[in-house]
Design a protein around this ligand. Sequence first.
Ligand code: CA
Length: 647
Amino acid sequence: MPLLLMILPLLIHTGHPVYQGKDLGLHYTVSASHFRIWSPPAAAAQLLLYRSAGDVTAYKIIDLQKGEAGTWFTRLDGDQKGIWYNFRVNINGQWSQAVPDPYARAVGVNGKKALIFDPRDTNPKGWTTDKSPVFSTHDRPTDAIIYELHIRDASIDPSSGITHKGKFLGLAEEGTHSPEGLSTGLSHLKELGVTHIHLLPFFDYNSVDESRPDSPQYNWGYDPLNYNAPEGSYSTNPYDGITRIKELKQMIAALHRNGLRVVMDVVYNHTGVTETSNFNELVPGYYYRHKSDGSLSNATACGNETASEAPMMRKFMVESVLYWAREYHIDGFRFDLMGVHDIATMNLLADSLRKVRPDILLYGEGWTAGDSPVPGSLRALKKNVSKLHNIAVFSDDIRDGIKGSVFDINDIGFASGRADAAESIKFGVAAACQHPQIDYSKVNYSKQPYAWSPDEVISYCECHDNNTLWDKLALSCPDASEETRIKMHKLALTIVLTSQGIPFLHAGTEFLRTKKGVDNSYKSPDSINALDWRSKYQHQDVVQYVKELIRLRRQHPAFRMYTGAQVAEYLHFDEHTPAGTIAYTLNGAAMMDSWKKIWVGFNGGDTTKEFSLPAGAWHTGLAMDGSHGTHTGSIRLQGHSAVILYL
Ligand code: CA
């Protein structure tokens, strides 16, 4: 394998020199602006200056000087703040399109031009004293509770009562409420008690036309344009390069002030456009993987896949996340299709970030959407998570174990009555760690444990992809009453929030979010995607139950074990429970929990089942049916329900 590691980049990349300097892009001071781009194949390179972002013709074109290791540079003396710029390179006698460099940090409308700016002008009042809230006394990832949210979805519906609908600033508004008087937006998130808000892409993406803010447009944003600049459609003025930066920082500061950390969804695995991306205009082909016939490889199903093993792509990714962490006080990153990236790059990235932010939360999708020319053993796939430096992966095992396969509308899971999914749930409860009581041959996807410790696994049953949990239950259980489906829904979320690992909730699941049966809503209108805050009033009982679950998890360290050995030793599954049920006991005392022992019971079936309890008089910690009391000897659990007991 080491031999392959050495050969691979040479096969794919054409021996361009690697630039080691840290000064790619613009470096501004009041006395001069410095520029440097990397383009080894260019015979000439130019900096084009514009007085306004909308200008088609440059008022000045400056030839760049050839620098070391394939770079091109120049310096403009004096304070150049407010001037717009692009670059172009001449390769084989042809000038490229004029584009911002990949490192551009302030861009104009639709990301077409970059701005010379003073970073100090982008800081809102109080930014320099902004601090990330404490979420864990030991900064353990398993103490996090992640809530995945799209910025526009949070506020765009009239029921949000939020002024800056669909904008960064919408999530900075405090004290907003629905027509029924219940908290919405930021105040709702605070009230819910989660620790990390994971925001769908907010770097500058390609699909939404920022010049038409009032026309109906929507996109999740998984189509990167300028990796190091914020998206303009979330700002109140996409034409001005500073506003989007400042307003994003205002939003982050507001979340921090309210006890919430911010996770950024990043998409380094592909670019929104290929031939005309700023990567490709400046160094054709270099940043992408190719098949042996020379055509673009497409492990992302988005038309291209980037080549993280190419030294300058690797450097770009590392410097990009470092920039976001330092400049925007980002508390975590979620890597889209992380299985496309090579392990070495992800580990370099994680190590570099932790030098700056030891408590940063890192996780990603340990899969791809197609074949890649880089061998699976070298990529950041789920099965390789133990080779990664504390970067967690999503567990599709527990996700589909709970509700059935996301790829088959009719498939049901444990919570909706599938008895043979129990082993997949046990696998999820143990956070994919080695456990002596799990029969791995019966687990849906993984036939062996892949995690060394619970902090390598994201436990979830729903995210922005595919049907919402509520819609999935309706589609796969057409004969079940609403009352029964609410029970299934609550059971599903109970499994997620009591499992070891890092729990992850999709926005609105706490009030039975529906996307009206749309499986892939990446460009569906607001009528499908927006959070409808009236649902919070309609389903207050579910909201209250989820809040209780979150509170319980945060109060009880036994649900948040942090080593694989603890999971194997302090989590014990009851043998011989009825079919379609699971019960387990946690050793609370060993985890310094105020509850000496915790017993958790899940009944995924339709009918009431009786469970034998371990010795002792067990008190109710939380019951899905709202009951309280003490149980000795046995307990009966209704169909599709859960209970948490303690000694
Ligand atoms: Ca954009």
